[in-house]
Ligand binder design. Structure first.
Ligand SMILES: *Cc1c(COP(=O)(O)O)cnc(C)c1O
Length: 836
């Protein structure tokens, strides 16, 4: 082993190594009893079996090696693990398995606190994605970076202010291993940078049946500055970010090739991975002997881009000089002018000052793009409209796949038990159709007992965690002891945890502190609140919001009813979503692209009270939870006050009364009815199982098939497509539409329009009669048939269509667009001409 040598284990315990080095334990929990038996304290503190094995005293291991009961437990756990790895899986049972391999590129992966390579929701999604691919047996590999430091850890000082710590990700303690090359040696890949070669070490994390490969630049051959490229997630300035993105995209593909993995689909999780598109084309042109643009057409079909950011300011954009510097060694291979390369990242290709935007590159380099919720789809089509000039916003080529969560990573032991009874052990590994009905059959008493038990666990955990943190900062024994008294397992419990970023409005609930205090301290129907979240180290405003919460929680009446738990991370998130009665989320629409934290409470019977933004805008149903129709957009100045008022009103008039309205048997029937509706209708729908199958069916299969057609036979189709594009672009200015004529004919309009194609032929274009949607009328887009040639013209034809006369003929505008049955349009060629 090339890294710090792991300690040898007694022979009868070697299977522990196999268990510890597969992150399957983050969701299967079959081996938890073992880790607890080995060293309960280390397990509680680290939740990292690999680190535990490196740190437990040797005498302890030797003792366990003699322990027959332990040997039995180990055998049971390893059998279960191996049978999971060997089972065929849902994908293998599908009629078609011709997908090839999907490579999933992401700057962040949130798999567990034991491998902390994430900052927030984007990374947690990527982690959930890989776990689900493993459960379904989908052929996926993950590609990411191994940071020497994960994202910062939050410490709250005695004054209630956030400070930061950056502990090291010590590779020897991480449940990962060096990836080996074909020669059996630790795999390292070289990457060309200006004036030097950067050596990247390759690590492998096992995520059930899926492999995640991680690159890091901390190789001894690199210069000191280069060794720090993968030092910190989102650390450093623009140049550092660009370098990290080069490592991810360019280094990532080089690594896959060295591993012998040839992806059919490259899935870019956010624009950070956009350089994959250029590098994939560069590798293809060398292999197939095509031009750069032919290779671009060939490989683009296999690229899928998921955008996560609803604001343009959130996109990575680099100064042209920086991009010139780092592309210098590559443009020679591309054999295109550098300016053409830079144009791929610009909205306006002629503007030499425009920065190079990674999201623009991703949109141009991927045949298919999606947003992460229905609402985010709409927002993104507006945002990216300028890249498709003169196209109606609703036709901007961007669909959506609403995010989902990997349910087995977020359910509690109690809810796991209940769901297993109702729906079986395999419930999240295949079809979901039968789940709603099966879980809905659970009776009221059982559901209420679930909520009660989970709430008790959360209160215990919150007390312990609070006491531990107070101890860490050296508070007095009296204060530490008081932590054991906070909260109450019988009180309605609200949870609120998120990044303290402005648009998330983490302090909306604190808008009227007195009103909130009255709610919490009501003598008959009290409420308690758990808050958590980090502010970005440079975000002073966010830090002030945290401080405001902590100040509020120091009020005498409130201190027993409300706690701030520091250092929000996945481990804390799990506990919170397992124990709260209500999860509160109050972003300012439309800036929550999707949001996933609220989805994590569904399986556990927690209810959502949220602003109708992101996923909740499509999930909300009064039977399942509560929604706040935000005033943002209507009345921006007063929006916070209006939204806060709405939030308080729902709590005071609906949430609290429903929770405390008990029948003779002590069960709040209306509350439980909501739990049942939310669990059965929403948990399956917002699972990552549904999400991955959507990607497979709507994106990956299409991508893999198109890639194959384009690359077969010496990339003949890709060359044809490039030739078609060139011809269309050269002659597009010659295309013209004459005046439209409308005649009424038995319930229809007959539209006809003369079309002059100049140097193009009818098979290269499509003419359509387009009508915008109007109140109570859907939009329409009717193809027009090419009819008679217009005498005396060159490529002039009369185009015709019959359209319903339910709307005026004047609603229809003829338009002409390039057409090729094999192209993704308008994603791959966005020309369009309208009749004026
Ligand atoms: C799920 C999760 C997120 C994402 O939460 P949203 O607020 O919904 O974006 C962020 N951080 C952690 C630790 C999580 O577990």
């Amino acid at each position: 082993m090339p890294s710090a040598t792991p300690r040898p284990l007694p022979d009868s315990l070697v299977a522990l190594r196999e268990l510890a080095l597969n992150l399957h334990w983050t969701w299967s929990h079959a081996s938890d009893v073992l880790w607890r038996r080995i060293d309960d304290e280390l397990w509680q503190r680290t939740e990292n079996p690999w680190a535990l094995l490196q740190n437990v005293p040797q005498s302890r291991l030797e003792k366990l090696a003699e322990d027959a009961a332990f040997a039995g437990e180990l055998r049971h756990a390893i059998d279960e693990h191996r049978s999971y790895l060997q089972e065929a899986g849902w994908y293998a049972r599908q009629p078609e398995q011709d997908l090839g391999t999907v490579a999933y590129f992401s700057m962040e992966f949130g798999l567990s606190e034991a491998v902390s390579l994430y900052a927030g929701g984007l990374g947690v999604l990527a982690g959930d994605f890989l776990k689900t691919a493993s459960d379904l047996g989908l052929p996926v590999v993950g590609v990411g970076l191994l940071y020497q430091e994960g994202y910062f850890r939050q410490i709250i000082d005695a004054g209630g202010r956030q400070t930061e710590a950056y502990p090291n990700n010590e590779p020897a303690s991480l449940p990962i291993q060096p990836a080996l090359g074909a020669d059996g040696e630790w795999l390292k890949v070289g990457l060309r940078l200006p004036g030097r070669t950067l050596f990247l070490r390759v690590w492998q994390a096992n995520v059930g049946r899926v492999r995640l490969y991680l690159l890091d630049s901390n190789d001894i051959r690199n210069g000191a500055a280069d060794r720090g490229i993968t030092a910190q997630l989102y650390g450093g300035g623009a140049e550092m970010r660009l370098l990290q993105e080069i490592v991810l995209g360019v280094g990532g593909l080089a690594m896959l090739e060295a591993l012998g993995v040839e992806p059919t689909v490259c899935h870019l999780n956010e624009g950070h991975a956009a350089l994959v598109t250029l590098e994939r084309a560069r590798r293809f042109m060398r292999r197939a002997g095509t031009s750069f643009w032919e290779a671009w057409w060939a490989t683009r079909a296999g690229n899928v881009f998921t955008t996560h950011t609803p604001v343009a300011a959130g996109f990575d954009a680099f100064p042209p000089s920086l991009v010139y510097k780092y592309s210098r060694d590559y443009v020679g291979d591309f054999a295109i002018p550098p300016r053409e390369l830079l144009a791929l990242g610009r909205r306006d290709p002629r503007d030499d000052d425009e920065p190079f935007n990674m999201v623009h590159l991703a949109l141009r380099g991927c045949a298919q793009t999606n947003a992460v919720s229905a609402l985010h789809g709409e927002v993104s089509r507006h945002l990216f409209g300028p890249l498709y000039p003169r196209w109606p916003t609703r036709e901007v080529p961007l669909r959506h796949v609403t995010n989902g969560v990997h349910v087995p990573s977020w359910d509690s032991v109690w809810s796991d038990r209940l769901w297993t009874t109702c729906c079986g052990k395999e419930r999240w590994r295949g079809e979901l159709d039968v789940l709603p009905e099966s879980i809905a059959a659970a009776d009221d008493e059982t559901l209420w007992a679930l909520a009660t038990t989970q709430r008790r666990d959360l209160v215990d955990y919150a007390r312990e965690r609070l006491a531990w943190h107070l101890g860490q900062r050296g508070e007095s024994p009296a204060l530490v002891a008081e932590a054991a008294q906070v909260l109450d397992p019988n009180i309605l419990t609200l949870g609120l945890a998120r990044r303290f970023a402005g648009y998330k409005r983490p302090n909306l609930l604190l808008h009227d502190a007195d009103r909130l205090a009255r709610l919490l301290c009501d003598a008959q129907r009290p409420v308690q609140l758990i808050v958590a979240g980090k502010a970005h180290p440079q975000d002073e405003q966010g830090k002030r919001l945290i401080h405001a919460w902590i100040e509020f929680m120091r009020r005498p009446g409130v201190r027993m009813r409300a706690v701030f738990l520091e250092d929000y991370d996945m481990a804390l998130a799990q506990r919170l979503v397992q124990g709260v009665d209500v999860w509160i989320n109050t972003p300012q629409p439309p800036w929550e692209a999707c949001g996933t934290s609220g989805m994590k409470v569904l399986v556990n019977g927690g209810l959502n009270l949220s602003v109708l933004d992101g996923w909740w805008a499509e999930a909300y149903d009064p039977a399942c939870g509560w929604g706040i129709e935000s005033a943002a957009g209507r009345d921006d100045a007063g929006a916070d006050a209006a939204d806060a008022d709405c939030l308080y009103r729902i709590l005071e008039r609906e949430v609290v009364p429903d929770f405390y309205d008990r029948d003779a048997r002590g069960v709040p029937r209306r509350w439980v009815a909501r739990m049942r509706a939310s669990m059965s209708r929403l948990a399956p729908r917002f699972s990552s199982n549904r999400m991955l199958r959507e990607y497979l069916q709507r994106f990956y299969r299409v991508a893999a098939a198109a890639l194959r057609r384009r690359t077969d036979d010496g990339a003949r189709l890709a060359r044809d497509l490039r030739a078609w594009q060139t011809a269309v672009e050269a002659r597009w200015h010659e295309v013209r539409l004459g005046d439209v004529e409308a005649k009424r004919e038995e319930g229809a309009w007959r539209l006809s329009v003369p079309v002059y194609l100049g140097g193009l032929t009818p098979d290269m274009v499509r003419v359509e009669a387009y009508a915008d949607p109007a109140p109570e009328r859907e939009g329409a887009c009717e193809p027009m048939r090419c009819g008679d040639a217009i005498p005396g013209s060159v490529h002039g034809y009369l185009y015709e269509a019959r359209v319903p006369d339910a709307r005026p003929a004047a609603d229809y505008t003829p338009r002409i667009r390039p057409w090729h049955a094999e192209a993704f349009l308008p994603a791959e060629l966005a020309l369009i001409t309208w009749q004026r």
